[in-house]
Ligand binder design. Structure first.
Ligand code: ZN
Length: 318
């Protein structure tokens, strides 16, 4: 039984449209689902990823409109590493970010660092050749330069990592790659680099901060993972149906919220795969709120819909 790398990472934003513009247009990911926070349905929950929303490519945001910026600190993920196929692609991304007015710097040939509009740190890195590319289609991004999925993430901790190390290696199956906090989750189909770094700074949750990270569990293993975590004394939630996957949640010893999410059923369960992310999908228990939510949630401009409309206009207005 092995976890298959990372499933998704979830952030907080104060402005959903700004996230859509940056991730679905500038970075060229696909908005694969517009839904709401199941526990707070007045807030958007937006999912981005490759064309299908494959685990390992997924980044998601809760929108708490107007939320003040937070700050990463102990017990929080502070940087997300996005893959590109080769270092040459970073030349393309340097130019594209400059054209869109996004500050960035290139500390090494195979690294490009930037912050998203909420201040979240991102690093574009060359992908592990073991990881099959999980790409989305964008009219202005050549497929050979497209982002290929999430390669790694770095989190701050405030205390020695002994208990965290034990949870990762003995319980969850990570491998330590160095003695300073570097780990690899080497799954059946995907690898993920997970790094702990020390800080004295306290985390402040808000826009631009990471809410949780989900690891990818095979459907058939999910309940076994839950039992294994209970057996080592973790406090774990019951299995929760998130419509697109099933989830359990627990906090690792320094407070980072971990989730284990299943493969199935995936994002095509309530939408045509051709039209993922184009309309508001509500979980059954909140469907009765649709009229109100469609009035109160800010309508989103999806850059893909706009680009497709432009293309069909050019093709004769169909
Ligand atoms: Zn999640």
């Amino acid at each position: 039984m092995r976890l298959d790398g990372m499933h998704h990472i979830t952030m907080i934003t104060g402005d959903a449209q700004r996230v859509v513009d940056f991730y679905a247009d500038v970075l060229g990911l696909r908005l694969v689902k517009q839904t709401v926070n199941f526990d707070a349905p007045e807030a958007y929950h937006l999912y981005f990823g490759d064309e299908e929303g494959t685990p390992g490519s997924i980044l998601t945001w809760f929108e708490f409109r107007g939320a003040a910026r937070g700050r990463p600190g102990a017990g929080a993920v502070h940087t997300i590493e996005l893959g590109v196929p080769h270092a040459r692609a970073l030349d393309f991304w340097e130019q594209r970010l400059a054209e869109h007015g996004h500050a960035h710097h290139r500390p090494a040939r195979d690294s490009l660092k930037l912050a998203d509009p909420d201040g979240l740190s991102l690093e574009l890195v060359t992908a592990d050749p073991h990881n099959a590319p999980l790409t989305a289609t964008h009219h202005a991004i050549p497929p050979e330069h497209a982002i290929t999925g999430v390669e790694g993430a770095r989190a701050y901790i405030g205390r020695p990592l002994e208990a965290d190390a034990q949870l990762l290696t003995d319980t969850l199956g990570f491998t330590a790659t160095d003695t300073g906090g570097g780990y690899l989750l080497d799954g059946p189909t995907r690898r993920f680099r997970w790094t702990y770094e020390n800080t004295a700074q306290h985390a402040l949750q808000g826009a631009g901060t990471v809410h949780h990270i989900a690891w990818h569990a095979a459907d058939s293993d999910h309940s076994v993972w839950r039992q294994r975590l209970l057996d080592v004394g973790m406090t774990v939630t019951p299995v929760i149906d998130r419509d697109y996957f099933h989830s359990i949640y627990f906090r690792q010893p320094q407070g980072i919220l971990f989730e284990l999410a299943t493969t199935s059923p995936g994002f095509a369960v309530d939408e045509d795969p051709e039209h993922l992310g184009e309309r508001l999908c509500l979980p059954t228990q909140h469907e009765h709120l649709r009229t109100r939510l469609e009035r109160t949630l800010t309508p989103l401009r999806n850059p893909r819909a706009t680009a497709n409309a432009g293309l069909s206009d050019a093709a004769g207005g169909r």
